[in-house]
Design a binder for this molecule. Structure first.
Ligand code: CA
Length: 255
């Protein structure tokens, strides 16, 4: 069963790598890997992370978790320690031995200061003891992602648009713009890539994880709403459409 699921996961990873060549990291950013064998807990954490606008992949045992983590396509890994097949400690060591610097947050049921110090020495960036508050987990994961990207400030600015990634609020010329969660996620994704062309497929994958059943018309509809809400009577549209290529967020330099 585990071998079968690993095969399926490998298939998707290969597919991504074959689509985006040797630089999938740029394409699939703001993506979190969750390795947790308690299915209910995994679903809760994944759901909460997705609600904050992150794309999440889950592995329910260590071997799949290790394989995915070592692809280097994640912005953060949330890693349980006690896992079937391969332990969290072993995954962490494997990751660091390969020179991958993906931020790792450890979920531990073990108390003991010594094991925590050992984990931090082995390259963990942060840890939470079970049971933990889901809100605290989200805040820590987002902080790890920001640090990993070298963005220490949660507010991103492009021209007169301001996105607060902690509060998930958007202001334009000081005016609060009321966006749906999906519209917000699209804008946050675009503002991380100012003046870069982002394809519909890329946005779909960011929004819907590995589920590729969605129609790209969905993106067109969201972009159209986003544009309408953001464009306060102006000459140059903020979100530019490039035929057959995608979208580009224009404006001054991002901060
Ligand atoms: Ca466990």
């Amino acid at each position: 069963m585990a071998a079968l699921s690993l095969e399926i996961v490998c298939f998707f990873v290969q597919l991504i790598l074959s689509k985006y060549g040797d630089n999938p990291f740029q394409v699939l950013s703001v993506r979190v890997l969750l390795v947790e064998d308690e299915k209910r807990l995994a679903e809760n954490i994944a759901g909460a992370l997705r609600e904050t606008g992150l794309a999440v992949d889950c592995a329910l045992e260590g071997e799949t978790g290790s394989y995915l983590a070592e692809q280097g396509i994640y912005d953060a890994v949330v890693l349980d320690l006690m896992l079937p097949i391969r332990s969290g400690q072993s995954i962490l060591r494997g990751l660091r031995q390969k020179g991958l610097r993906t931020p790792v947050l450890i979920l531990t049921a073990q108390e003991g200061k010594e094991s925590i110090i050992e984990l931090l020495n082995a390259g963990a960036d942060d840890y939470l003891s079970k049971p933990f508050d889901l809100g605290e987990l989200l805040a820590r994961v987002k902080a790890l992602i920001r640090r990993g990207k070298g963005v220490s400030h949660p507010v991103l600015k492009l021209a007169d648009v301001e996105v607060n990634t902690l509060q998930q609020t958007v202001f334009r010329r000081g005016q609060l713009i009321d966006l749906s969660p999906t519209e917000y996620r699209i804008l946050e994704y675009l503002i991380h890539r100012p003046r870069v062309i982002v394809s519909k497929q890329e946005l779909l994958e960011h929004l819907y994880d590995f589920d590729w059943e969605h129609d790209s018309n969905v993106i067109e509809a969201h972009i159209s709403n986003l544009r309408r809400k953001l464009n306060l009577a102006e000459t140059e549209p903020l979100i530019e459409t490039l035929r057959h290529r995608g979208y580009r967020l224009n404006g001054g330099s991002a901060a």
